[in-house]
Design a protein around this ligand. Structure first.
Ligand code: SAM
Length: 195
């Protein structure tokens, strides 16, 4: 709690009107990789409280749409359509797919992370499962030139997941933005260009 209150990114987010410190992770990655472009559709998985959706909507400059999904409620954001539900459920996936109206997606973001149970093996398995589901969604819905940015934790299943990413994407890179605290095993994988 103390760390959260004194965290410079938390303070900056407050001062600049971003909903979460996570916004700075996406901004840093996007400044380098230019993933968010006006036009088309961005899907934001694990979107609440909305920091990434805010950045995506801002950078699309009102041209294009953001479809955001989370287990938790999220306050409305201009330019963002929100679905509340569990991405692991077929019914929720169908809801998201319906909103696509058959149109492929240019960018899929997944910052999904389960509540940490404290049992490392099961936490790791759960986050890797969410990442896998995100990748499955990309297989079905990403445009050939599209990109997938996904949060994973280094640990059991990580190497296999990187291999899977490489089988789907022409290029796969890791990104560890400044706002992703050093001690955390969290890392982002960025896949670009569907094979
Ligand atoms: C680190 S937070 C995302 C922060 C967000 N990117 C932002 O910038 O504000 C992770 C989110 O993943 C969501 N989540 C975890 N499991 C999920 C699931 N099965 N389906 C949908 N959302 C999930 C959590 O509810 C949580 O809001």
């Amino acid at each position: 709690m103390h760390e959260h209150v004194t965290d410079p990114y938390v303070q900056q987010a407050k001062a600049e009107g971003y909903r979460s410190r996570a916004s700075y992770k996406l901004m840093e990655i996007d400044d380098r990789d230019h993933l968010i472009r006006p036009g088309g559709t961005v899907v934001d998985l694990g979107a609440a409280p909305g920091g990434w959706s805010q950045v995506a909507a801002q950078r699309m400059k009102g041209n294009g749409r953001v479809l955001a999904l989370d287990l938790l409620e999220m306050d409305g954001l201009s330019g963002v359509q929100f679905i509340q539900g569990d991405f692991r459920e077929e019914r929720v996936l169908n809801q998201l797919e319906t909103l696509l109206h058959g149109e492929r997606v240019g960018l899929v973001l997944s910052d999904m992370a389960p509540n940490i149970s404290g049992v490392p093996v099961s936490d790791q398995a759960r986050i890797m499962h969410l990442a896998e589901l995100g990748l499955d969604f990309c297989r079905r819905w990403l445009k050939p030139e599209g990109a997938f940015l996904v949060k994973v934790f280094q640990g059991y299943g990580y190497d296999d997941f990187v291999r899977e990413m490489k089988s789907v994407f022409k290029s796969v890179a890791t990104r560890k933005p400044e706002a992703s605290r050093n001690r955390s095993a969290e890392v982002y994988l960025l896949g670009k260009g569907v094979r």
